[in-house]
Write a protein that binds this ligand. Structure first.
Ligand code: GDP
Length: 451
């Protein structure tokens, strides 16, 4: 997400280094590069033009004594202006005064509407709500079935409704929607998420049906689901839906792909509606609220530690982590079982790539981007299967693992003896390191260095 844009912006800032002050001349090169970087990332032309003008005006206007160097000034100005384009604050999720609040999910077919309806339901459940899902896509029974599967997988309420023998038309859509709202109230569900029919393109019938649903259900949110991979097309359809329906927000899906990110930077400006969430993968929890400042921080190469910490907070088991730390620092207590448990905990946070990408690519973490390219996601799985192939006793006492057992373990886990040897060597080094830390060696050594 945004890697290309981020790299190109860094380059344009670099060229300003070593300059004493910002002048019309030295800034125009940087601005040209920033403009190109944005356009190549598929940001809408109007947005780019406006952004560049704001940046230029501020950069030249802020020449008054400042402690920042020109390149630092530009970094700050670009940061602020990007946050402005994205709408500054994290958008609020709106509810109606009378439950159930209705969320109308709008978008073209294949944009990820059904998947996202499920993700949103799961997110709301975690936030303490009781959402109910309903699909009113009577034209595609497979789509309704898909939502039923999604609802089961996340254990959310679903209004299925009976559509047998009835013609698939707007009348049926209306009846299902009405029933679902009533049912949600009966079940004590405070939110009803309505997955609507999608088409390949925008047409009058689709818009008329959406308008009918809006009138009937009085939704507190109309969320436009946009496939970020489609770039400017996503922005154009967001605009068309907004012109007809006045959307309250957008959700950008497939931000995990090689989307150039332009849609994210244009939708808010073009529709006036904020982006509220991002979809970052196919799984139900690959979903996050959209925080403009954090996204800009990622674009500027400063990483997104806040989101990383939140993810750790919500997925890691604090009790287990504390237990582990105690055991590890006590020296010999850190077994291969504990090692495997740690790997599982880390895996729960997402792919290694997605974790590394949230670290800053400038400053002490520079070079991390290369690590991202080289990271071998299969490594975790291999290490886990090697440990799985050991006996319980061996996991508690690795010294039992002799040459012939190493061969058996390698065969059992589909790896090589060298893989097993590597793992045992790394594990040994880790134990040693923890032991030193636990005995205070690390701190003492540091103190010695400082004295
Ligand atoms: P709908 O026709 O709009 O309801 O789209 P679906 O929910 O059926 O999604 C279409 C395809 O996009 C499916 O294969 C989903 O798994 C995939 N998809 C949805 N959201 C994401 C996402 O955030 N990332 C990725 N990689 N795939 C997604």
């Amino acid at each position: 997400m945004f890697e290309n844009l981020s790299d190109k912006l860094q380059r344009s800032f670099k060229n300003l280094r070593g300059q004493g002050t910002i002048t019309e001349e030295n800034i125009s090169d940087a601005l040209r590069e920033i403009r190109l970087a944005l356009l190549e990332s598929d940001v809408n032309l109007n947005v780019v033009t406006e952004l560049i003008e704001h940046i230029r005006a501020r950069a030249l206007g802020e020449q008054v004594a400042t402690a920042l160097s020109p390149s630092e000034q530009i970094v700050k100005i670009v940061h602020d202006e990007l946050v402005n384009v994205l709408g500054k604050d994290t958008a609020r999720f709106q509810k109606s005064s009378q439950p159930p609040s209705v969320i109308l999910m709008a978008g073209l077919q294949g944009s990820g509407k059904t998947t996202t309806s499920g993700k949103l339901a799961q997110w709301l459940k975690k936030a303490g709500h009781r959402p109910m899902l309903v699909s009113v896509d009577v034209y595609r029974p497979a789509a309704r079935e898909q939502l039923a599967i999604v609802a089961t997988s996340i254990n959310a309420q679903l209004y299925k409704g009976d559509t047998k023998g009835e013609p698939a038309d707007s009348k049926l859509v209306e009846r299902l929607a009405k029933e679902a709202k009533r049912e949600a109230a009966n079940y004590g569900c405070d939110i009803l998420i309505v997955d609507t029919a999608g088409r390949n393109h925008i047409d009058d019938a689709l818009m008329a049906e959406m308008a009918m649903l809006k009138k009937l259900l009085n939704p507190s949110e109309i969320l436009f689901v946009a496939d970020a991979m489609t770039g400017q097309d996503a922005v154009n359809s967001a605009k068309a839906f907004n012109d007809h329906l006045t959307i309250t927000g957008a959700i950008l899906t497939k931000m995990d792909g090689d989307a150039r990110g332009g849609a994210a930077l244009s939708i808010r400006h073009v529709t006036g509606a904020p982006i509220k969430f991002l979809g970052t993968g196919e799984k139900p929890d690959a979903f996050e609220p959209f925080h403009p400042d954090r996204i800009v921080s990622r674009i500027m190469g400063h990483g997104d530690i806040a989101t990383l910490l939140e993810r750790a907070e919500s997925t890691l088991d604090r009790g287990k982590a504390e237990q582990f730390a105690k055991k590890a620092l006590s020296g010999d207590g850190f077994s291969l079982d504990d090692f495997r448990e740690q790997l599982r905990q880390i895996k729960k946070m997402g792919s290694m790539k997605s974790i590394l990408k949230m670290l800053p690519s400038v400053g002490p973490f520079a070079g991390m981007q290369q690590a991202v390219e080289n990271v071998d996601e299969g490594q975790f799985t291999r290490v886990e299967s090697i440990i799985n192939s050991m006996t319980n006793k061996e996991r508690q006492n690795h010294e039992l693992i002799n040459g012939s057992r190493r061969k058996r373990i390698a065969a059992g886990s589909g790896t090589t003896v060298q893989d097993v040897n590597n793992l045992l060597r790394q594990y040994g080094q880790m134990r040693k390191m923890f032991k030193t830390m636990g005995s205070g060696g690390g701190i003492k050594a540091q103190q010695r260095m400082m004295s």
